[in-house]
Design a protein around this ligand. Structure first.
Ligand code: CUA
Length: 181
């Protein structure tokens, strides 16, 4: 509510002044430019991969991941014995994020496409794959699926890039990419 009421109570029937109309026009055009830039940059910017999202519960996602881990674990790593999983080329692979880890360690083959499923078992995390420009928010109750085709071999780090509590800075994981057999 205005402190003093407008002189003409039907203010919306007044003519818009010239400069105001120019600003409305400029804002509208700039808004449209920004809108189409988002679409253009998604296609041309080599930024993030297109992904799909599905509803899933933490239990269901953990179950799917465990089934993959059980079937394709090739070795374990570190003091905590985190499983290294080498799933068949071209298959669906699962990666759990939770306080404060990424599990399991995936071992993928260079040049093969995988359907990577991401979900969180607690709250929001961020999947940032180093040193690429892949950066995806990971939410509980949603399963994000993206197609990943590693172009080179090596060890790639995953860092959590959404603040998720006191252990946030320790929430790192990795993906190995090896030559295909
Ligand atoms: Cu998980 Cu920050």
């Amino acid at each position: 509510m205005a402190i003093t009421s407008p002189e003409n109570r039907l203010w919306w029937k007044e003519r818009i002044s010239g400069p105001e109309l120019v600003w409305v026009g400029v804002s509208l055009i700039w808004g449209l430019i920004m809108f189409f830039a988002m679409i253009y940059w998604h296609i041309e910017g080599e930024q993030n991969l297109s992904n799909e999202a599905y509803r899933i519960t933490a239990e269901q996602f953990a179950e799917k991941t465990e089934a993959m881990v059980e079937a394709y674990t090739v070795r374990e790593e570190g003091d905590t014995g985190i499983p290294v999983v080498h799933p068949p080329a071209g298959s669906d692979v699962y990666l759990i994020s939770r306080l404060w880890e990424w599990t399991p360690i995936l071992e993928l083959e260079k040049g093969q496409s995988y359907r990577l499923h991401l979900s969180s078992l607690d709250w929001q995390h961020g999947f940032s794959l180093q040193p690429t420009n892949i950066n995806i928010q990971v939410h509980p109750d949603y399963e994000l699926v993206l197609t990943l085709t590693p172009p080179e071999t090596g060890e790639f780090s995953i860092v959590c890039n959404e603040y998720c509590g006191v252990g946030h800075h320790t929430m790192v994981g990795k993906i190995y990419v090896v030559d295909s057999k």
